[in-house]
Design a protein around this ligand. Structure first.
Ligand code: NAD
Length: 420
């Protein structure tokens, strides 16, 4: 079995490389290239938090708005030890193009705090969230910049964020954040929207590849919001989920895992180590398993030059943002593997975030059935549009998704003009 290589290069530079491949196909003007490969606003904040034992810790956080030509800035907030300005820039840039691929009227943003959320108590996490929100609040607002959950954050963190912003305003502002709990203006279906969107694109990709989902085997990296939901939906559809993982390793069973049982174990133990119904497997080995569908749904830089030649899946569904490096992407494409790119595959989250924002503004809420039906339509239509573009230009699905997105951002500049 293999070992994972060290990821090569900066995530922002890799995202720019992906962008440039598509920009070359379009013969994109140099000026628009400069605009779209530069972040519009970047805020770095260093702030103190009083820990439970009375110590003061100083944390570093970021909020980056990549581009707002198509609408208010939109993007998740990540609490993770590896969060850096470079990552946040890259993830903000991905958001601009993701929103454009699915035609959601938002620009792209991202935020994060470098921290170990699992090692913080609930009260410490709340104090950190509130102080970070306060520090970046000069950028936030329902018309300006709307955060959402990402790795290490969840609906409860979004409720604290909404409350902090609202306390500063003096009234409740539900539209300042999405991914909130239902009780405080969240949307039905938001919690599982990203995973559900990934699942819809996998079904479309199976049609392209002639794979019957009921006889397929899937390996899913990550058991969080995205990975857990995709695994659950795949199993409900009859697919055999042979592997699942967390950051400290995973579990493999060629006969198929009981996804609900695995997720319950994770919930209880915060690890998969010791899970009895399968054998332990590393995150790197999971990627190279014999399966039909591979879903990296954890973190960036997983599919690299080193392991791309050994990937056995026919479909790679990028639940995570940036899991594939540009070089690995080229290898997978040359090998005929259908890679559903992140800016299409995981766009279900921002799509239902948009639904939530619309519902918050109207104070009128839709049923889960309505949300899921609208999500399915947008994801299916977007997949087909990207597929047709790939065929038209004879390029990969990733290049096709970027081509569509770049054209939409360029159109916004051409129509609005460049101020003054
Ligand atoms: P999460 O915090 O709910 O889950 C993250 C999972 O990844 C956990 O199982 C964790 O153990 C695992 N993980 C963390 N670090 C890892 C590492 N170094 N190696 C292997 N596994 C690791 O986060 P999530 O919301 O499920 O997000 C997962 C991915 O999906 C991220 O790339 C995120 O940007 C992307 N994404 C999330 C959403 C959303 O709505 N939550 C939307 C679009 C994209």
């Amino acid at each position: 079995m293999s070992t994972c290589a060290i990821p090569e290069g900066s995530l922002f530079e890799m995202t720019v490389q992906m962008f440039n491949r598509a920009a070359d196909c379009l013969h994109l003007d140099e000026g628009y290239r400069k605009i779209m490969t530069t972040c519009q606003r970047e805020l770095v904040v260093n702030f103190p938090v009083v820990m439970d034992d009375g110590r003061i810790e100083v944390f570093t956080g970021y909020r980056v708005q990549h581009n707002t030509s198509r609408g208010p800035a939109k993007g998740g907030i990540r609490f993770h030890p590896h969060v850096s300005l470079d990552d946040v820039r890259a993830l903000a840039m991905l958001m601009t193009f993701k929103c454009a691929v699915v035609k959601i009227p938002y620009g792209g943003a991202k935020g994060g705090v470098t921290c170990q959320p699992a090692q913080l108590s609930r009260r410490e996490l709340e104090r950190l969230t509130r102080r970070y929100t306060s520090e970046i609040s000069i950028l936030l607002g329902p018309e300006e910049d709307i955060p959402a959950p990402d790795v290490g954050t969840n609906a409860r963190v979004m409720a604290w964020l909404m409350d902090t912003y609202s306390m500063h305003r003096g009234y409740t502002v539900p539209g300042v954040v999405t991914g909130k709990p239902l009780e405080v203006g969240g949307s039905a279906g938001r919690e599982e929207a990203t995973g559900r969107g990934v699942f819809v694109t996998i079904l479309e990709a199976c049609r392209v590849k002639g794979i019957d989902i009921k006889n397929a085997r899937a390996a899913v990296q990550g058991t969080g919001n995205v990975g857990g939901t995709v695994a659950r939906l795949l199993q409900q559809e009859g697919c055999r989920v042979v592997a699942l993982s967390k950051s400290d390793g995973g579990v493999y069973n060629p006969r198929g895992l009981d996804v609900e049982d695995v997720l319950a174990y994770v919930q209880q133990n915060r690890t998969l180590q010791g899970y009895p119904q399968g054998e332990a497997i590393s995150n790197c080995d999971l990627l190279e398993l014999d399966c039909d569908i591979l879903v990296p749904a954890a973190i960036e830089n997983q599919l690299l030059v080193g392991n791309a030649p050994r990937i056995k899946a026919q479909i790679v569904a990028e639940g995570a943002n940036g899991p594939t490096t540009p070089e690995a992407d080229a290898i997978l494409t040359d090998r005929g593997i259908l890679v559903i790119p992140d800016i299409l595959c995981n766009a279900g989250g921002v799509t239902v975030s948009y639904f939530e924002w619309v519902q918050s503004r109207d104070a009128y809420f839709w049923t889960e059935r309505e949300v899921n039906a609208r999500l399915k339509r947008i994801m299916t239509d977007s997949f087909q549009e990207v597929l047709h573009t790939a065929q038209k230009y004879n390029v990969s699905m990733r290049q096709a998704a970027y081509i569509l997105a770049i054209e939409r951002v360029r159109a916004a500049y051409e129509l609005r003009g460049i101020y003054p």
